[in-house]
Design a protein. Sequence first.
Length: 334
Amino acid sequence: MSKDNTQSCCEKFKTSIGGQALIEGIMMRGPEKDAVAVRTGDEIKLEVTARKIRPKNSFATWPLIRGAVNFFDSQVVGVKALMRSADLSPEGLEEEEPSKFDLWLEKKLGNEAFQKMILGIAVFFGLGLSILLFFMLPMVIVGFLDRWVHNNLVLNLIEGAVRMCIFMAYMLLVSRMKDMKRVFAYHGAEHKTIRCYEAGLPLTVENVRRQTRLHPRCGTSFLLVVMVISILVFSVASSLLLMLIPGLAALRGTFWYRLIMILFKLLLLPLVVSITYEINRWAGRHDNWFTKILTAPGMWLQNFTTNEPDDSMIEVGITAVQAVLPQEEGADRW
């Protein structure tokens, strides 16, 4: 992986604006609007939608609840934007005959309900695959060790190590896929554009180009912290469960013990996501030696999930960011 030789100017403020790489495009989320910008040849197609703002006293804004709510919301919006970018991309603009099954479903459900169903299925399978690969698989693998390893902390540490190995192997393999190289380049353009905006510089291709493609508030870093926090939460919570239900330890080494532990840890996932969100939120608002250490592994991982963009990709990033800037200056401060 080539070293990131670009430099970032001094950060003047931290913005809450964040984004996601799409198929030949970028999605940006601002405090008031969401934007999808997709390059179609020499043009950039832009679609902007107003965000639904939650009331300040809503339970969805409470600490340790907002993390899970925002994560699920971002998954839905991200998948929807990804599907839209596929339609807007040059390949997607080519007319394709819908299948008989698609026509039948659309006729039975109606166009809007059909689109919602497709979106729901995509989100379900996306989250399901992540949970299956990064959580259930390590749990099942390490579960067979419980008849020999009786220390709960050691078991959870081994499970965490297996989870991290699977995660790193997955990211490494994906980064080597030809089709993903351009997506990761758009990911780099997203980061560079936000870096330029946070530095208080005019959003020009030249200014954006010389920014670093690494950003501490990246979703990739968030997932890495989730992996680490899960080790701590699963260790403490499973130990408490064994203390509260002494008879459960007698089942150790059996199918039922493993099943109970897997289901118990899966129920803890929203808590893990919420704790991670609060940690990332705090780290994103502070600059000191501790936050630099905390964000360093995620920043390093971005060397695999971002590539240097070309100028045409940077133009897409600039278009997306400019579309979601708030009317009131400073309203997007993190």
